[in-house]
Design a protein around this ligand. Structure first.
Ligand code: NAP
Length: 242
């Protein structure tokens, strides 16, 4: 059994990634935090395609909760290991810096950046021991160019991109690759409140992207064929130059 874990796999980009990995033959652990119904729908869609997986609740920003969930899963599956990890779950709490409350700064850093440590670290050793692993981090255009109103989110995603590059160099010899993707504007619950009509004028492709268009790149990075690609951050943004 080849196992993949997708954090925030129940909705949006995470759902599209979960379905794509299931198509590749992965047993997909669909993590969620609050929306159990969406996670169950994703699992049902995987099963309908003839794939397999399970849902697993934990809050990626809570170190103890992550450790308990992952060690519980490993104890229940002593002969398996998670060979593909997609650090996808994330939130935004936008505001101009002068108005930004410390809680919004901390919550965004904890959920989008500290979670990378909480989830990746326990899964790294089995990948190294098995001499195969794929870690794919869902960063953002904001982490590359910085976006006004998103100082917290830009800091978290920029940190995630730098962490991707650093970790890639630590584990490359062990056949574990670490890459990021940086989506621009993708249609999902996260962007549902944005003014798409005005924003798409700034996008050369003239439209928001679809979660499946992100999932296709993640699938490539997860594949055996991507074995010599590591420490990269691939933009998926319809041609926005940054
Ligand atoms: P979304 O539709 O809002 O979904 C967010 C997902 O993250 C949900 O599955 C949610 O789980 C999960 N999540 C949030 N907080 C969590 C926590 N503490 N623990 C576990 N899971 C948590 O967002 P999306 O657009 O698919 O975004 C996915 C990733 O892409 C994020 O990292 C986001 O920053 C990044 N991204 C998105 C865009 C875009 O335009 N949409 C652009 C660039 C980057 P529940 O369902 O349980 O709430």
């Amino acid at each position: 059994m080849k196992v993949a874990l997708v954090t925030g796999g129940g909705r949006g980009i995470g759902r599209a990634v979960s379905l794509q990995l299931a198509k590749m033959g992965y047993y997909v652990i669909v993590n969620y935090c609050s929306n159990q119904a969406a996670a169950e729908e994703t699992l049902a869609a995987i099963n309908e395609m003839g794939g397999q997986g399970e849902i697993l609740r934990f809050d990626i920003s809570d170190k103890e909760a992550v450790a308990a969930a992952l060690s519980g899963w490993q104890s229940a599956h002593p002969d398996e290991y998670i060979e593909v990890l997609v650090n996808n779950a994330g939130i935004r709490r936008d505001n101009l810096m002068i108005w930004m409350e410390e809680e919004d700064w901390s919550k965004v850093l904890q959920t989008n950046l500290h979670s990378f440590y909480h989830v990746t670290r326990p899964l790294l050793q089995p990948m190294i021991l098995h001499r195969f692993g794929r870690i794919i981090n869902i960063a953002s255009l904001s982490g590359l160019k910085g976006l006004p109103g998103q100082v917290n989110y830009s800091a978290a995603k920029g940190g995630l991109i730098a962490a991707t590059k650093a970790l890639a160099q630590e584990v490359a010899r062990k056949n574990v690759t670490v890459n990021a993707v940086a989506p621009g504007f993708i249609a999902s619950d996260m962007t549902a409140g944005l003014d798409e009509a005005s924003l798409k004028k700034e996008i050369p492709a003239g439209r928001f992207g679809r979660p499946e268009e992100v999932a296709a790149v993640v699938a490539f990075l997860a594949s055996r064929e991507a074995s010599y690609v590591t420490g990269e951050c691939i933009s998926i943004n319809g041609g926005i130059y940054c």
